[in-house]
Design a protein around this ligand. Structure first.
Ligand code: PFF
Length: 472
């Protein structure tokens, strides 16, 4: 796989030696089929958000009621928004910034709408900076799994292992750098080929492995407890803030409000149904998150661990399960390798918002990928330090909402709870009120009838209600 990516990168570099007219925008190559687009979009959507973040925020926010709100957010805001973004991307056929400019102009609207593309690209950049640090954690876990370190390990020992990793800035820096390097590599080589190959084989493998893990979790004797934790709503555990977290996560997990889906939509052939494709992507992404929950919580309960453990949840619980199951080292290796790949296919799509924009501005793909990736890598170092050396640095303590939040917590909060919902609201208002419905109908076909009232009224109202209760 890696060899293939290197080879591809080199071939592509040599093809870029041919000078290009900087003023002519490069027509994006189209995905080779609907299936490949679905796989690329699923590759972007399925990542740490599903397997790392969903279980831990569900644990922190009390389970069932949170999951229900999250599912509602996916259905009434996430899916219509995904259709909107793919539609805007396909119509504009440019970077998220470029596509917003093109469509706003075509609709005779203010050029300021381009600001939505800029904010989305900024959100993607910021997410990439910390995403790479977390994705880096999977690598030492692969090393431990291969060396059989998990066999028979206790929950205390996995906790200590995780703490040791976080306490070591140099180790974190090494893995963060390696992961960002991998992201830059595919991005520089041209997303389509590198990604097509990766996602069409690895995504199905991850799915099967999760099913195996759920099968194992079902034997722990705590499966019923996990099912009721995940699916029996206890509304007393729900706060206005947890609703905002569920909403933010709906965007994060579907790669929305950050340009990724718009950037990929630009490569989507005209004859593909946007709505059907979005539904497939949304359903697959949700299934992976729920499967991850069903694999993890039985183990959490079986070992008396805390559901609200926080970001370390899967890194502390899953090795215990692997350590006890037959063939555990093999499955553990496979799991962390697949998680690494899932994160990789997501991070590539994050970088794509910025790279496609810089590319439009005449900067070569290789330079744009390296420049954008290195900048995100630098910002990522501040996340990495906030896990250890700067763990007491909580610069926004003067605001009650941000009290006690480290830089990493702040980046996460800023992107998922502020930037993404704002971008989402603006996109809903744009396509619902500023784009001529006849034009969106031409893109969405029969689905327009359902999509239009939802994106015009329901999604913005739901978003405004969540904002209102959070700002109150
Ligand atoms: N959807 C990815 C995940 O769940 O891990 C995260 C993500 C990818 C967010 C791409 C934003 C983005 F543009």
């Amino acid at each position: 796989m890696l060899g293939y990516l290197f080879a591809y990168n080199i071939i592509n570099r040599s093809s870029q030696a041919v000078p290009q007219n900087k003023l002519t925008p490069v027509t994006p190559a189209l995905w080779s089929s609907r299936f490949v687009f679905i796989m690329a979009a699923v590759g972007s959507a399925v990542g740490l958000g599903n397997i790392w973040k969903f279980p831990y925020i569900t644990g922190e926010n009390g389970g069932g009621a949170f999951v229900l709100v999250y599912l509602v957010c996916i259905a009434i805001i996430g899916l219509p928004l995904m259709m909107s973004e793919v539609m805007l991307g396909r119509r504009g056929a440019k970077s998220p910034i470029g596509s917003m400019a093109v469509v706003a102009k075509a609709e005779g609207r203010s050029p300021h709408w381009v600001g939505v593309g800029i904010m989305a690209t900024l959100a993607a950049f910021l997410i990439l900076s910390f995403y790479s640090v977390i994705a880096g954690w999977t690598m030492p876990y692969i090393v431990s799994a291969v060396s059989g370190q998990f066999s028979g390990i206790s929950a205390q020992s996995t906790g200590a292992l995780f703490e040791d990793l976080l306490a070591s800035p140099w180790q974190l820096l090494m893995w963060h750098s390696l992961f960002m390097g991998l992201t830059i590599l595919v991005s520089a080589g041209g997303v389509r080929h590198g990604l097509e190959n990766a996602v069409t084989k690895l995504m199905p493998a991850l799915f099967v492995l999760l099913l195996i893990l759920v099968g194992y979790a079902a034997t722990t004797g705590h499966f019923g407890e996990a099912v009721s934790f995940l699916f029996k709503p206890n509304f007393s555990a729900l706060t206005a803030e947890s609703i905002l977290v569920a909403l933010g996560h709906a965007f994060f997990t579907l790669s929305l409000a950050s340009g990724a889906m718009m950037a990929y939509g630009a490569y989507l052939p005209k004859n593909v149904s946007i709505a059907r494709t979005a539904v497939v992507v949304g359903v697959m992404d949700t299934c992976v998150a729920l499967l991850a929950g069903l694999a993890i919580f039985p183990i959490v309960f079986a070992h008396g661990l805390a559901a609200g453990e926080g970001p370390g949840l899967i890194f502390v619980t899953l090795p215990v399960a692997f350590g006890q199951m037959p063939g555990g080292s093999f499955f553990a290796t496979l799991f962390f390798v697949l998680l690494l790949f899932a994160a990789w296919t997501s991070s590539i799509s994050m970088l794509e918002s910025l790279v496609s924009y810089l590319n439009e501005k005449g900067i070569s793909r290789v330079t744009a990928a390296i420049g954008g990736g290195l900048a995100a890598w630098l910002v990522g170092i501040t996340t990495l330090l906030s896990l250890n050396v700067w763990s007491d640095f909580t610069p926004l303590d003067m605001f009650a909402r941000f009290e006690g939040k480290t830089l990493f917590d702040l980046y996460d909060y800023l992107t998922a709870n502020i930037m993404m919902p704002v971008v989402a609201l603006l996109i809903a208002l744009f396509v619902g009120w500023k784009v001529n419905p006849e034009h969106s109908k031409a893109e969405l076909g029969a689905w327009h009838k359902v999509w239009f009232p939802v994106i015009r009224y329901l999604s913005p109202i739901a978003l405004l209600i969540v904002f209102y209760f959070n700002l109150k």
